[in-house]
Write a protein that binds this ligand. Structure first.
Ligand SMILES: [Ca+2]
Ligand SMILES: [Ca+2]
Ligand SMILES: [Ca+2]
Length: 290
């Protein structure tokens, strides 16, 4: 089987064939028929941050729940659909309808986007609570929040915890889950324009925390030891990346991509109890169209 499906195959057999080909080969491929469309895969089994993070012990955190497997950007006229696939069926154990939520409970993803590709333009600090940063040359311009929390709650968190970047935060008009996929629909206008082939992306996998610390934007903490609702394998401070999985490299695939993720997320200052930005791990922006 070829690792790069031909466009004839894409047109002849449909998107499912493309996805199948990508899943078998790993890495990335942009559908050549839609400018700005993105379809990336991520390996299974790297839902452990720098390599040794452990899920919380409560049984709702089923294996694979935070294992990023796929990421798609699908332009559709005046809107854009973002799809984030994970490694287990997405459930709603905490009854999100009771708190104005979106039909799921556990997962959350921050999709940081570099829309201008200009060094120094944008923001290098990730959203509060994930404890990572971006390189100056890959600063992000927009971030899409896929959260099970309703828009009122998300907007209020952004207002109090990320006010300095709130104009760059995009809360989707629709957020839902289907099978193993989180789906968010965003207005093109909110992104500052339709997705372009040169845009860069980084999907940070997190877990929705309804009772976050006052500096954390709905993120669940990683501590030294796992607990009922805490990830383990990090530190009890906010120097370790609170990132369970992420994109690590275009077309690297399999073990190479895992190694790249583990290396990037391991580079933080473990003994910095009050970390400065330089103490935090730097995560890469991925440019599928370049
Ligand atoms: Ca993964
Ligand atoms: Ca921590
Ligand atoms: Ca990964």
């Amino acid at each position: 089987m070829q690792c790069t499906p031909t466009s004839a195959l894409i047109r002849g057999l449909g998107a499912a064939t493309v996805a199948l080909g990508l899943a078998a080969c790993g890495g990335s491929q942009v559908n050549p028929d839609t400018p700005g469309a993105v379809s990336l895969t991520d390996p299974s089994g790297d839902d452990n941050g720098p390599g040794d993070y452990i899920y919380p012990t409560d049984q709702v955190y089923k294996p694979g729940s935070f294992d990023l497997r796929s990421f798609e950007v699908i332009p559709k006229g005046d809107t854009v659909e973002f799809r984030v696939g994970v490694g287990s069926r997405i459930e709603d154990p905490w009854g999100s309808k009771d708190w104005g939520g979106n039909g799921f409970s556990l997962q959350m993803a921050f999709i940081h986007i570099d829309t201008d590709g200009v060094a120094g333009s944008g923001v290098t600090a990730a959203l509060p609570g994930v404890n990572v940063r971006f390189a100056e040359a890959q600063a992000w311009d927009k971030v899409v929040i896929i959260s099970p929390q309703g828009p009122t709650r998300v907007n209020s968190e952004v207002e109090t915890k990320a006010a300095d970047v709130k104009d760059r935060v995009v809360v989707p008009k629709v957020t839902r889950a289907s099978g193993r996929t989180l789906i968010a629909v965003v207005d093109v206008a909110d992104l500052g324009g339709a997705p372009q082939p040169g845009w860069g992306y980084q999907v940070l996998m997190q877990s929705n925390e309804g009772f976050p610390a006052k500096t954390d934007l709905l993120t669940r903490k990683v501590n030294e030891f796992e607990g009922q609702h805490r990830f383990g394998g990090g530190t009890d401070y906010d120097n370790d990346p609170h990132v369970i999985d992420m994109l690590a490299g275009r077309a690297a695939g399999g073990d190479d991509e895992k190694a790249a993720q583990h290396a990037a997320l391991s580079k933080y200052t473990r003994d910095a109890n009050e970390p400065t930005p330089a103490d935090l791990a730097e995560v890469p922006m991925i440019y599928p169209g370049k």
